[in-house]
Design a protein. Structure first.
Length: 317
């Protein structure tokens, strides 16, 4: 079968089972309406890459998918696939990329996924998964690119075992219903460049151990119920470019150490309970006033709001 991509193909009409020598099938971003259960994985004995993303594939994944033993890249994202992830998917020992995002998949997530030792990139974002983050996901300690569980209905606490993912670069757990504290163990993710935990129900303080995330560029903890003070140690993460702590319940002052971040491009501390004078540093002055808005206790030149200690009282003779 001819490899096609971005050609507005309306459907698969060829007998895929006859394509026994097929190694790469890429038909992403078309208008293909096809029952995914009709893909004869057991016949495609040389298939290495399967990318059917952003089409109209429907139906359910069957256990036959476990016979695609040569596949290394499987991208089924952006379709209308429903039902559950078959446990047989955990038999694909060669798999390095698994993207099931933007479908209609639901629980349970099979424990067998934890057997995918070569997996580097894993996404099940924007589906209908719920419950706690299963241990099978936390067993994917070989991930080097991405772990994306965002836009689902996961609840419960963040597993401490996430800190065992030493090599993963992106973790996105945003837009769920996760609660409890932030695991100090995440400080062990030394290769992490982006961590997004926004739009959850997380509480407690920001662990000072996160200073060990020495490669991180983006840290988004916005729209939770975090409390306590902003750790001054965050100002020692020299790689940090984007820091969003908005819409929480953080208290105390704005740490002057944040002004020392050499690569910082975006800082949002709005809608918290911060107080005191905003340190008058060049980096803070370069930010929009909205970066500090919604904190009734903050004052200073940056907000064009004098602090009480700076207001001179005129005495009438």
């Amino acid at each position: 079968m001819k490899k096609e991509s971005y050609c507005n193909i309306a459907g698969l009409t060829a007998d895929l089972g006859a394509c026994t020598r097929l190694e790469v099938l890429v038909v992403e971003h078309n208008s293909i309406d096809f029952d995914v259960s009709r893909i004869p994985f057991s016949m495609l004995k040389k298939l290495r890459v399967l990318n059917i993303g952003r089409n109209r594939f429907r139906g359910v994944l069957t256990k036959d998918i476990g016979r695609a033993s040569t596949v290394t890249v499987m991208q089924l994202n952006g379709n209308q696939i429903s039902g559950q992830i078959p446990g047989a998917l955990g038999l694909l020992s060669m798999l390095t990329v698994l993207d099931l995002s933007a479908n209609q998949l639901s629980d349970p997530i099979p424990e067998t996924l934890g057997n995918l030792a070569l997996l580097e990139d894993f996404s099940i974002a924007q589906n209908k998964f719920a419950g706690r983050i299963p241990s099978s996901v936390c067993n994917l300690v070989g991930l080097t690119r991405r772990l994306d569980l965002s836009r689902n209905n996961f609840f419960g606490t963040l597993p401490m075992a996430l800190g065992g993912m030493k090599w993963v670069k992106i973790i996105d757990l945003s837009r769920n219903m996760l609660s409890g504290g932030l695991p100090p163990s995440l400080g062990g993710c030394e290769s992490l460049i982006s961590l997004d935990l926004s739009l959850n129900k997380l509480s407690g303080s920001i662990p000072s151990t996160w200073i060990n995330m020495v490669s991180i560029n983006k840290l988004d903890l916005s729209s939770n119920t975090l409390s306590g003070e902003i750790p001054p140690e965050l100002g020692e993460i020299s790689s940090l470019k984007r820091l969003d702590l908005s819409k929480n319940k953080l208290t105390g002052s704005v740490p002057s150490s944040l002004a020392n971040l050499p690569k910082l491009e975006m800082l949002d501390l709005s809608s918290n309970l911060l107080s005191g004078k905003i340190p008058d540093f060049p980096l803070f002055r370069s930010l929009r006033r909205s970066s500090f808005s919604g904190n009734p206790g903050l004052c200073g030149a940056i907000l064009n709001l004098p602090c009480k200690s700076e207001i001179k009282v005129k005495h009438v003779a």
